[in-house]
Design a protein around this ligand. Structure first.
Ligand code: OOG
Ligand code: MG
Length: 256
């Protein structure tokens, strides 16, 4: 398969809720080529009318790296079709094997097109929100190489944002708790995100600069999970509470 055929195959798996064996074993594409495949697969979504609304980072915490055995920061594209409203519903039959992650999100105030530092990154941000990401691998058993997962748009599937707080909120070390109904299923701290979550904005700025790309004002940046991801079950409410930042929730339903 050439890069475009791989992109169409992965997009088809997402659309039809199917899995595929690792593609890397068949075609030895590089990490750069994996990002080209990702871009081509996002273009498939755009052809169906989806709009880009921001980017997401993956493997920004040690817990996530440990869980998946991938030791490298990655990024992907999120679209409007992936956005679920706070308190909304995830239909599990739309996904292969969805997992949920507690995250935080940054909303950008100005275009980002050059490298930022820890000191000036917040100037580009208008608000911060508690968030959760639903990831779903198009690979069998959620097993992939670094190149595979990048090609698969870093397992992007859905996300939910809670109410915004101001940029002066201290987000450096806030306790994170994710609940399935009344039970805590994951917990950690925002400090797990590259040492300080604002570092996630810095990383995005560097990735953009390296690619000569710009992220428009009003975009969402999902900073990555501070804990391992949790496999979603039917008929549950998932809530993430982040100290001083706030909470966000959604529920799961088998089918519609
Ligand atoms: C890749 C996506 C990782 C995160 O928050 O670290 C990610 C995966 O684990 O399937 O979204
Ligand atoms: Mg994530």
């Amino acid at each position: 398969m050439n890069l475009n055929e791989i992109a169409i195959h992965l997009d088809d798996c997402a659309l039809k809720v199917k899995t595929t064996p690792s593609l890397r074993s068949e075609t030895a594409f590089t990490l750069d080529e994996a990002y080209q495949i990702q871009e081509l697969s996002v273009q498939q979504r755009e052809q169906r009318g989806e709009k880009r609304v921001g980017v997401k980072l993956g493997f920004t915490s040690k817990e996530k790296m440990r869980q998946m055995g991938v030791n490298h920061l990655i990024w992907g594209v999120i679209t409007d079709a992936m956005h679920v409203k706070n308190g909304g519903e995830i239909v599990l039959s739309h996904f292969n094997h969805p997992r949920i992650e507690p995250e935080i999100a940054f909303i950008t105030k100005e275009v980002i097109d050059a490298p930022l530092t820890m000191e000036n990154a917040l100037e580009k941000i208008s608000a911060i929100c508690p968030a959760m990401e639903v990831i779903d691998s198009r690979y069998e058993k959620f097993k992939f190489t670094l190149e595979d997962v990048v090609a698969d748009n870093t397992s992007s599937a859905a996300f939910v944002l809670g109410d915004e707080v101001g940029v002066n909120t201290d987000i450096s070390d806030c306790a994170v708790k994710m609940y399935e109904n009344d039970e805590i299923v994951q917990q950690g701290s925002t400090a797990a995100l590259l040492g300080h979550p604002i570092q996630c904005v810095v990383q995005v700025s560097e990735l953009l600069a390296k690619k000569g790309q710009a992220l428009p004002a009003g975009s969402i940046i999902l900073a990555g999970a501070a804990t391992a991801a949790h496999a979603m079950q039917t008929g549950c409410t998932y809530k993430t509470e982040i100290e001083t930042i706030g909470s966000v929730n959604l529920s799961s339903q088998a089918a519609k």
